[in-house]
Design a protein around this ligand. Structure first.
Ligand code: UT7
Length: 326
């Protein structure tokens, strides 16, 4: 008997723009090397959107693939949430642009801005609509053109980021209210605005009227990452009522190979359970989790019914984690 409504992921899709930028390409722009980037970050390549591609274009491609995987069409969509820190325009929300480009009917559409944690935050927001019966078919998209925010004279940041998009379709399904249910099972979301200076963009419409460039004290962010993420993961697992050790796949935000490994080690997660795309995608901010998820679903590693653990940390600072059964 149905006791609760759950938000179930019924389709996943990812999209990467065509242009591949290698570490050697970047070594022609700033004083860096393939050896340094690989050793400190695990990154070998990243994608760059074409000059005429806006973030909504990446989002639409990922959304189409997620809809196809779910057996849905744009006509079914009643809610679109885009997690992005690189919107097409200051307004309207990129979600409404995606709605128009997909040809989706009038419904609800808005953006969530929590930088690299945006996808986890957006899932939590969407869960509120779906489990209260206010959405029957929801698109949650993480999409970024991070290369547009780079200071190409700052070797400490410009080598780390890439462009891409990932999307999931969420639909309501009845559950028993236990951990065997499919769907979003637990969350932990966190923010600490006192750490703004560690990672931010130095522009905005209500300050200097500029788009701005990304500024980061990388080693300081690194210091907070493993501890913060581990606490949130433990809290999300407790919220879901599962043990971290019972998770089938760990899908972290892809910022740095060393952070992924540090978090997995601290939580006692087997490295074979960690989905890693940072080497090829670099840090795609809010897009990195759904992109990694899409890749592992498409190549058959992640199977329906498996328990997934997502986590992210980024500007704000914001961080968070989510446990779901596919
Ligand atoms: O998604 C949002 C969350 N973001 C993150 O999680 C990023 C977290 N931080 C990191 O991933 C790392 O801190 C970085 C990869 C950004 C940097 O690695 P690090 O081991 O913390 O290096 P560092 O910043 O302490 O810098 C060490 C040295 C410095 O040189 P000196 O001052 O020791 O001579 C840097 O100037 O490495 C230098 N350096 C580089 N050298 C070659 C910094 N960037 C580069 C580079 N190529 N690209």
């Amino acid at each position: 008997m149905t006791r609760v409504l759950r938000s179930v992921v019924t389709g996943v899709g990812g999209y990467l723009p065509d242009e591949i930028v290698t570490n050697d390409d970047l070594a022609k722009v700033v004083d860096t090397s393939d050896e340094w980037i690989v050793e400190r970050t695990g990154i070998r390549t990243r994608r760059r959107a074409a000059p005429d591609q806006a973030v909504s274009d990446l989002a639409v491609e990922a959304a189409k693939r997620a809809l196809a995987a779910a057996g849905r069409t744009p006509a079914d969509i009643d809610l679109i949430i885009v997690a992005t820190t690189t919107p097409d325009l200051t307004f309207p929300a990129t979600a409404t642009i995606v709605q128009r480009k997909l040809g989706a009917p009038i419904g609800i559409a808005f953006d969530v801005q929590a930088v690299c944690s945006g996808f986890v935050y957006a899932l939590s927001v969407a869960d509120g609509f779906v489990t209260r019966g206010r959405s029957r078919c929801c698109l949650v998209i993480g999409a970024e053109t991070m290369t547009r925010l780079m200071d190409w004279t700052d070797r400490g940041t410009c080598v780390l980021f890439g462009d891409g998009a990932g999307a999931v379709v969420l639909e309501p399904q009845g559950g028993e209210g236990t951990i065997v249910d499919r769907g979003l099972l637990g969350f932990a979301l966190r923010a600490d605005g006192t750490k703004q200076d560690l990672l931010y963009v130095d522009g905005g419409p209500s300050t200097n009227g500029q788009v701005g460039k990304l500024r980061m004290q990388g080693n300081q962010v690194f210091r907070h990452a493993v501890v913060n993420i581990s606490e949130a993961v433990t809290a999300a697992a407790a919220d879901a009522g599962v043990e971290v050790s019972s998770v089938d796949w760990f899908i972290p935000h892809q910022a740095n190979q060393r952070i992924l490994e540090g978090v997995a080690r601290r939580l006692g997660i087997d490295e074979k359970k960690v989905v890693t795309t940072v080497g090829e995608h670099a840090n795609t901010s809010a897009a990195s989790i759904p992109l990694a998820m899409a890749q592992a679903v498409e190549d058959g590693r992640i199977k329906p019914g498996q328990l997934l653990l997502l986590e992210a940390m980024g500007g704000g600072l914001t961080w968070g984690a989510c446990v779901l059964r596919l």
